[in-house]
Write a protein that binds this ligand. Structure first.
Ligand code: ADP
Length: 594
């Protein structure tokens, strides 16, 4: 990205703050003129005092002069202080408000992105978070510094250069010549540093991702006693980062010395040139101080040039990541426009292939028909592709090849939001949000009344247990057990009341008692809807009116339990394994003894 492109991208975000920017610019201009006052006053002072000395004027004249100088300098300082306050305050205000807008814009944007964006290896949560944070902070720092540092300093430099030229063409020329030399050196510095910065960005993203993974897997790490190995793994990235940082500093300091040397050459040239003109009686004595101060006003911002380059470069590198997230239009969730009056629930999957963003092929030539108002169970070993089918049916991903029809219409043609309004999903572990139980159930229908919430909770067989809690429906939802949380998820679905429901191993995380308790709620939500259930529970599989058996991404069998079991094929094998794992013989014996 170039600086112009960067500014073009930032521009729309600064639009709402036009007035604020105009005030800051006005203050900058006033500040630049005020900054030159010292040079003029010093020249005036030196010249007047030398005249007074030459003319042998009485001391009283001198006091009069001092009074004027003091009044002007004081007045200027008061004005300058006010200007600086305004600049800093408005600059900060701009930074805070624009940072807020950047954050909001990116959150609103990524919420519209398809699932593939979130599951792509490039966007693991730690990496994504760092990219967003670093992007926002470098961009906002740039916006703020542009108004607080860059603009005032450069406008000071330009006004000082004009004053130098007006006073003497040659001295002005020395000041002017310094600018391109400095620009050249700073640019070389910046281009040498940008490689380091880019690797630094990758290191930072990987580091936060590693920390998040570490915290998430702490239980496994501890149980295997792998603390030392994990610490060593982390150390590698730390060392790489340190090396990179040191290389950055070395380059920076080297260039700093070169620049400082160039600046000093400028100072010497100005002194020599002005002294020559003074000796030649073309200038007054005061001109020496005058030119040195003006030159200082020119070189001060240029001395800061590398910092500004640094910041712009930071912004260029970090905002690349930020804007690449903000502008991933192709990641926008695809949607059609079809919004039928009613969805019946006839699902036809035809010769579907599917690859995940990492390239893994999860489905191969999958075809199946799911009848409306029937319970269909997807059966297969772990990794067979059952959840992937549900992901495709929910339009979280689109098939790589083949077609999915709902009531005879291609799923791609459906308005995605409308489709999801008519589809309910219960997962192995449903997310319970921070907040009360009532709020969590209401997530199914945001305008639901308290009465509707209670009816839904009753249907999900959880109402009584909620009432037993000290604060009833206002209790913190995180207090609920796993089984209760699943029923909250089912209550949400009762509120939403969709004609199609996908249950993806809804009881896998629950113990036997909780599974037994949740059975009533599941049976209740299943009736009168098109249901696809992925389950390893024998009872839930036998209950299904239609069973589709999957193996290694393919459908291998299809029918009822009675059709499939005698085939002695994949279903028979899985079913027998499930039954054996229950140790039915011993269970039956134990139960008979009683
Ligand atoms: P099942 O539900 O039958 O256990 P899945 O549909 O979850 O199987 O997985 C099918 C295959 O796809 C597996 O090999 C799994 O590792 C892979 N897979 C699942 N989710 C993703 C993902 N987000 N990215 C890449 N591969 C995935």
């Amino acid at each position: 990205m170039t600086i112009t492109q960067l500014f073009k991208k930032i521009l729309p975000f600064t639009k709402p703050y036009k007035n604020l920017i105009a005030y800051t610019l006005l203050l900058t201009l006033v500040g630049s003129f005020a900054a030159q006052v010292n040079a003029f006053i010093l020249k005036y002072t030196v010249d007047t005092i030398s005249e007074l000395l030459v003319d042998n004027q009485p001391l009283s004249q001198g006091f009069y002069l001092l009074g004027i100088i003091a009044a002007v300098l004081l007045g200027k300082e008061i004005l300058y202080a006010a200007v600086q306050f305004g600049q800093k305050f408005y600059g900060e205000k701009l930074r805070i408000e624009i940072a807020r807008d950047f954050s909001q814009a990116i959150i609103e944007k990524i919420l519209t992105y398809r699932m593939a964006f979130f599951t792509s290896p490039e966007n693991e949560s730690g990496k994504l978070q760092t990219r967003i944070d670093a992007g926002i902070s470098s961009l906002t720092r740039l916006v703020q510094n542009f108004f607080i540092d860059i603009l005032p300093l450069f406008s000071n430099a330009i006004v000082a250069l004009i004053c130098m030229f007006l006073a003497n063409f040659y001295v002005g020329l020395v000041g002017l010549l310094l600018v391109p030399v400095y620009f050249y050196v700073s640019q070389r510095q910046a281009s040498r540093l940008s490689g380091f910065r880019r690797s630094m960005r990758k290191y930072r993203e990987n580091k936060s991702n590693q920390i998040i993974n570490l915290i998430e897997s702490i239980l496994v790490i501890k149980s295997f006693g792998r603390e030392k190995i994990e610490a060593e793994r982390h150390q590698k990235i730390q060392y790489d980062m340190t090396e990179n940082q040191m290389a950055t500093r070395k380059t920076s300091y080297l260039f700093e010395s070169v620049k400082s040397f160039i600046e000093q050459i400028g100072v010497v040239l100005v002194i020599m040139l002005t002294a020559y003109f003074v000796l030649n009686e073309q200038m007054s004595l005061g001109a020496i101080m005058f030119h040195i101060l003006l030159f200082n006003n020119v070189s001060a911002p240029i001395r800061q040039l590398h910092r500004i380059y640094d910041e712009v470069n930071d912004a260029l590198i970090y905002s690349e990541g930020f804007f690449s997230i903000l502008e991933e239009e192709e990641q926008r969730e695809p949607t059609g426009t079809y919004r039928p009056h009613k969805i019946k629930g006839l699902i036809e999957i035809r010769n579907v292939d599917f690859h995940y963003p990492n390239g893994l092929q999860a489905l191969k030539n999958v075809s199946m028909v799911v009848q409306p108002n029937q319970n269909t169970a997807l059966v297969g070993l772990s990794g067979a592709g059952k959840s992937t089918v549900i992901n495709l049916l929910d339009k979280f991903y689109s098939p790589t090849k083949g077609q999915i029809l709902l009531d005879g219409v291609d799923l791609a043609d459906y308005d995605t939001a409308y489709l999801r309004e008519h589809v309910g999903l219960v997962l192995q572990k449903n997310h319970i949000f921070k907040g009360s139980i009532a709020e969590n159930i209401r997530y199914g229908k945001t305008d639901a009344s308290m009465n509707e919430i209670k009816v839904a909770a009753k249907k999900a067989y959880i109402h009584e247990q909620i009432l037993d809690l000290p604060n009833g429906y206002d209790s913190d939802a995180h207090l609920l057990s796993g089984g209760q949380q699943q029923r909250i998820a089912i209550a949400r679905l009762f509120l939403k009341d969709p004609p199609i429901i996908f249950l993806d191993e809804p009881t896998a995380n629950l113990d036997a008692i909780a599974t037994e308790q949740i059975k009533n709620s599941l049976d209740a939500i299943k009736t009168g809807r098109t249901v696809i259930i992925v389950s390893h529970s024998i009872s839930q599989i036998i209950d299904a009116e239609h069973i589709v058996v999957m193996e290694k991404g393919q459908v291998v069998e299809d029918g009822t339990h009675e059709d499939l079991y005698p085939n002695h094929s994949v279903y028979h094998r899985i079913f027998t394994a499930m039954a054996n794992s229950l140790n039915i013989e011993k269970i039956t014996r134990s139960m008979q003894k009683q």
